[in-house]
Design a protein around this ligand. Structure first.
Ligand SMILES: [Zn+2]
Length: 291
C-alpha cells in the first residue's frame, strides 16, 4: 500500500512539473490575431491547451468567451474604438485536472488614427423634442434588451463578408460635429450604397431586431453569438423578421435613407459586448482558420 502511494506521489509530482513547464512556455500557448492591436480592432484569441476542461478570460473589462475547436480554445473579441492606448492585461485561465493554469498576457493597445469630420442633419436629430426623446428612450431600452441576451455559442462560420456591393468609406472612428454642436464618434462603416441596393447578412446568425428606430431608421441587428452583433441601418425596406435564422449572403433588405442621415447609404456596425469594433478590420480578419 505504502509503495503504491509513493508511486502515486511521484506521478502527481511529474504532472505538477509538466504544468509548470506549460506556464513557462505560455507564449507559445496563447496567440492573438492580429498581432498588432489598435483601438477598434477585433481580435481572435487562440489558446492551445488540450488538457484544459475550460478556458476563461477577461480583457479590458469584458469577458472573453472561449469555445473549443479540435485541440484549440478560441475567443473572438476586441478592443473598443474609445479604448485608451497603452499596455493592457488579457487575464486568461485554463482549468485543468491539476487546477487552474494562469495564461495571462500583456497586450499593447496601439492608437488608431481616426479622422475628424463635420455633418449637417435636420435639427430634430440634434435637439430632439419631448416626443422624440420618448421614442429614443424606448429604442434604447429595446436595444439594451437585445444586447443582453446573445446566444451562448458562436453562430458565425468562417470570415465575415461585406454586406453590400458598394464602395466603403473609412469613416469608422471619425469624431463628428453635428451641426457644429454635438460631438460623437462614428462607430460604424458607411457604404456609399444608392437607395434600393440589396443588403445581405455578413455571416450566419439570428435576426434579433428588424424594425424602425429613431436615429437608425429601419434597422436590422444580427446576433452572431457570444456577444457579437452586426447592425445595419437606414434601410428603405426590411426583408427579414425578428427571430429568423440567416446564413451569410441571405438578403436582409434594401438600403435607403431612413433615420439620422444626410443621404442614402448603408451604415454597418460591429458590436461585441458593448465595444464597437472596426468593421473594415473584421472583414480583413481570417476566420476561415476556425474550423
Ligand atoms: Zn454611418
Amino acid at each position: 500500500m505504502a509503495g503504491s502511494r509513493f508511486l502515486w506521489c511521484i506521478l502527481l509530482g511529474c504532472l505538477a512539473v509538466s504544468s509548470y513547464a506549460q506556464q513557462d512556455s505560455r507564449r507559445t500557448l496563447v496567440s492573438f490575431t492580429p498581432a498588432i492591436v489598435e483601438a477598434g480592432s477585433p481580435v481572435l484569441v487562440f489558446v492551445t491547451a488540450p488538457e484544459a476542461t475550460a478556458v476563461e478570460g477577461e480583457w479590458l473589462g469584458r469577458k472573453l468567451e472561449f469555445f473549443k475547436r479540435k485541440q484549440k480554445w478560441i475567443a473572438l473579441g476586441g478592443v473598443d474604438v474609445e479604448a485608451k492606448p497603452g499596455a493592457s492585461t488579457a487575464h486568461i485561465t485554463a482549468q485543468t485536472a491539476m487546477g487552474p493554469v494562469d495564461l495571462s498576457q500583456t497586450i499593447e493597445v496601439h492608437p488608431a488614427h481616426y479622422r475628424t469630420g463635420t455633418l449637417t442633419v435636420p435639427p430634430k436629430f440634434v435637439e430632439p423634442g419631448p416626443e422624440e426623446r420618448k421614442e429614443i428612450a424606448a429604442d434604447s431600452d429595446l436595444k439594451a434588451k437585445v444586447f443582453a441576451s446573445s446566444e451562448s455559442e458562436p453562430l458565425w462560420q468562417g470570415s465575415f463578408r461585406a454586406p453590400v456591393h458598394a464602395p466603403p468609406t473609412d469613416s469608422f472612428g471619425t469624431r463628428r460635429m453635428f451641426n457644429g454642436k454635438l460631438a460623437s464618434i462614428h462607430k460604424g462603416m458607411d457604404f456609399r450604397a444608392p437607395a434600393g441596393t440589396v443588403v445581405r447578412a455578413s455571416n450566419s446568425g439570428v435576426v434579433v431586431l428588424a424594425r424602425p428606430l429613431y436615429f437608425e431608421g429601419n434597422c436590422v441587428i444580427i446576433d452572431h453569438g457570444l456577444g457579437l452583433y452586426t447592425l445595419s441601418m437606414h434601410f428603405s425596406h426590411i426583408d427579414v423578421r425578428e427571430g429568423q435564422h440567416v446564413a451569410a449572403g441571405d438578403r436582409l433588405g434594401l438600403s435607403g435613407a431612413t433615420g439620422r442621415v444626410t443621404g442614402p447609404h448603408l451604415h454597418w456596425a460591429v458590436r461585441w459586448k458593448g465595444a464597437y469594433l472596426d468593421p473594415a478590420k473584421l472583414l480583413r480578419l481570417n476566420l476561415n482558420v476556425v474550423q
